[in-house]
Design a binder for this molecule. Structure first.
Ligand code: FAD
Length: 460
């Protein structure tokens, strides 16, 4: 039990807000994206700056409360919240400041990708981030971060220039290649293990405002042939040319004939970042893979494309996701994808393949914590459904698919797509960099106060 007077004094010392059980905004403030997670922290500190973060850490230490950190609450494992702990909530810190001349931007950790893209696209600039605009820039960056710009410009962490961090002893530090370089090395992929980031600085690139993008949809009976042609074709395409595959039941999209709605389909999601005329010919080749049942492709604002998948990924559903890295797609692995896409347990479940070959493969694996530099494809299985009664069925489907495709997976794993029970995969995820991460954890968080994450323990 916390002493009421001490809590009151703590609340009054903050620039931001303190929210407690019983407050009218408590339930709304503890909601996160994955509706399977329903946890009750004892305090939610809606911080207004680094000083509040420092006070929150001090208060949690003195009162022996677990600390969790919430960027935008998208983490599937629900690491941003725990029962009985203190949640540092960044939802009131979302500001982005752009330096147009230098093509850089500072962004606060509560910003979603939508908030960030909106500010930087005003200047025709962008940096690689994820494909669902309500995702948080903070968690995404700290675990790696990939999206439509990754082939051309690398992972999000490859574009991180510096961070401001509050460490567990309450100190505010800057970390970059030049300052506190060990901390900066660890933070670029090591997640929220080393401190609480209160500001990110990114390198930006000229992108848009329009790109060439859209969806090309094939019937499911052509799936095996489409996937094999895709695999052979995509490897010869230039880095500005992105095609990812989604196997799912067709949503009722207006450009699809009604008889396809609710049926399994193969979707090629296409995003061409530059050189549109040259690449239109490649888009045409994709059409020739089979007999499409519909398409929606054209020039559109980059920002619109960044929000294209939002309606399929709204908060409030139950989610269980798993993921593998691949350096190649063997025929047998493609057959398994088709087999499992043929038994989707809910209309929202899907299997997707992102092709990421490009800039990231030229970054040395030991240059930062994120190490999967041989990765060409990320395979994701998205278990997603609404009814609690379907938990076992949907989780079982996702796990079985994950297990069946394990033998084709390459080294490493993407920590941002790990579920709660996958902590034993963390060492594997970082591969040869894990030992150094343990040493840096010992230096910055020797008592593992920041343990609600894909945890790197300070003991080997
Ligand atoms: C619908 C959906 C789509 C996605 N698409 C992509 C994608 O295209 N590409 C991709 O790379 N990933 C994607 N992801 C994964 C995403 O990167 C992770 O879920 C990430 O954790 C989300 O960040 P967040 O800030 O919203 O998470 P939160 O749940 O708020 O935070 C997750 C964890 O990050 C750490 N953290 C957050 N903020 C801070 C901070 N300020 N300081 C220190 N640690 C912090 C904490 O450990 C926290 O537990 C997607 C996830 C979802 C649910």
């Amino acid at each position: 039990m916390l002493n009421e007077k001490i809590v009151k004094e703590f609340g009054e010392s903050l620039k931001g807000k303190l929210i407690q059980p019983g407050d009218s905004n408590y339930d709304e403030s503890r909601k996160i994206w994955n509706a399977m997670i329903d946890r009750k922290p004892v305090l939610i500190v809606q911080v207004a700056g680094a000083d509040d973060v420092s006070s929150a850490i001090k208060f949690a230490r003195e009162n022996k409360l677990d600390i969790t950190i919430r960027g935008a609450g998208h983490n599937i494992a629900g690491n941003s919240i725990c029962d009985g702990g203190l949640m540092i909530d960044f939802s009131a810190m979302k500001k982005t400041t752009v330096d147009v001349a230098k093509k850089t931007a500072f962004v606060e950790p509560g910003a979603t990708l939508k908030d960030f893209d909106a500010e930087i696209q005003k200047h025709g600039l962008a940096t690689p981030v994820g494909i669902n605009s309500t995702t948080g820039i903070a968690g995404l960056t700290l675990g790696g971060g990939f999206g439509w710009l990754t082939r051309k410009y690398g992972f999000t962490v490859d574009n991180l220039l510096s961070v401001e961090v509050v460490t567990v002893d309450g100190k505010k530090l800057r970390a970059s290649e030049k300052e506190n370089a060990d901390l900066f090395w660890a933070i670029r992929g090591g997640g929220g293990n080393f401190g609480v980031v209160t500001q990110f600085e990114f390198q930006l690139h000229p992108v848009g405002p329009e790109i060439l993008a859209g969806l090309l949809v094939f019937p499911f009976n052509q799936a095996k042939s489409i996937l094999k042609q895709y695999r052979d074709f995509i490897q010869t395409s230039p880095p500005e040319f992105n095609v990812w595959v989604v196997l799912r039941k067709a949503p009722p999209l207006p450009f699809l004939p009604e008889e396809v709605h609710g049926k399994e389909v193969v979707v090629l999601a296409i995003a061409v970042i530059s050189d549109f005329e040259k690449n239109e010919k490649l888009v045409d080749s994709l059409r020739g893979f089979g007999e499409p049942v519909g398409e929606f492709i054209g020039r559109m604002p980059y920002i619109n494309w960044q929000q294209m998948f939002d309606p399929l990924l709204t908060p409030g559903a139950r989610n269980y996701w798993k993921s593998h890295n691949f350096t190649e797609l063997k025929d047998d692995s493609l057959d398994l994808m088709v087999e499992y896409a043929g038994k989707l347990p809910s209309p929202q479940c899907e299997i997707f393949i992102a092709y990421l070959e490009g800039k990231s493969n030229s970054v040395p694996p030991n240059s930062m914590a994120y190490s999967s530099r041989d990765l060409k494809y990320i395979l994701n299985v998205h278990g997603r459904w609404d009814d609690e009664k379907q938990d076992n069925q949907c989780i079982g489907w996702a796990r079985n698919f994950f297990d069946a495709t394990l033998k084709f997976a390459s080294a490493g794993a993407y920590v941002n797509f790990m579920t709660e029970e996958e902590n034993e995969r963390v060492a594997k995820a970082y591969g040869p960099n894990y030992k150094k991460l343990v040493e840096i954890k010992k230096k910055y968080d020797p008592n593992n106060l920041l343990k609600h994450n894909q945890n790197i323990k300070p003991t080997a």
